[in-house]
Write a new protein. Structure first.
Length: 242
């Protein structure tokens, strides 16, 4: 049964020149980055504060030292490398099939693999900026110091360019994501349970021919999909042809 589904997915991809991929945490778990909402994920571990509270805008403002301690320990994975899904998507990009990757992840692995049009709905840990003068800093800079990172130019706090709880998504990124999804002939949803809004709501803009869902667990789009494969996204991707 699974083999038949892989074969069907191969045919869908082979016949399309307008693919868009919408992915979540499951795309990067094989790269050693934990899925926050899985049974063994970050949200099921114990801390002085719930992770949702620590990763909020208000906590960042009120407890910056605690925020950055957690951020360095649990959000930054400098040694992570692209996995099978990242690499396959980059291959489709190079072949001209893939028009955009829309990701809820903040790790930058799609770009590292070679994908060119990557819309990061929740920002990126690779970008950091001074809240006062706007100077840019790398993730390595954040990791190289302890405590609250300060701008070397003006001394103000350096904030990661990630969307925290209570913060709005970038409207330009959302606009582009809606454009690519609405124009896609094939939309592949992979490695996400589609539980995080407003990001998950973007799927409603798809009007194309084939909707494919690849995820370990059920999603609310399964009943609408033309093809559903319940398995790890990397495991599925590495079985696909060129």
């Amino acid at each position: 049964m699974q083999k038949d589904k892989i074969q069907e997915l191969n045919h869908i991809i082979h016949d399309s020149q307008n693919l868009v991929f919408f992915g979540g945490a499951g795309v990067s778990t094989e790269s050693g980055i934990p899925d926050f909402r899985s049974v063994d994920g970050l949200y099921h571990q114990n801390y002085d504060y719930p992770p949702e509270a620590i990763l909020s805008h208000s906590f960042y403002r009120s407890h910056p030292a605690e925020f950055f301690r957690f951020y360095r320990e649990k959000m930054l994975y400098p040694d992570a490398k692209p996995g099978a899904a990242h690499k396959k998507l980059a291959q489709w990009d190079l072949a001209g099939k893939l028009k955009a990757v829309i990701t809820q992840n903040i790790d930058g692995l799609h770009q590292m693999a070679g994908s060119r049009k990557v819309l990061e709905l929740h920002g990126s840990v690779l970008r950091n900026y001074c809240e006062s003068c706007g100077a840019s800093y790398s993730a390595e800079y954040i990791l190289s110091i302890s405590g609250i990172p300060r701008c070397e130019k003006c001394g103000e706090t350096v904030k990661p360019d990630v969307v925290l709880y209570e913060e709005s998504l970038d409207q330009q990124i959302m606009k582009e994501a809606i454009y690519y999804i609405s124009k896609a002939k094939v939309l592949i949803i992979g490695g996400t349970s589609l539980a995080v809004y407003p990001a998950a709501g973007l799927i409603e803009y798809f009007q194309g021919d084939k909707l494919v869902v690849i995820n370990k667990s059920n999603t609310h789009q399964d009943s609408s999909a033309d093809l559903v494969i319940q398995d790890a996204i990397g495991k599925v991707m590495e079985q696909l042809g060129e």
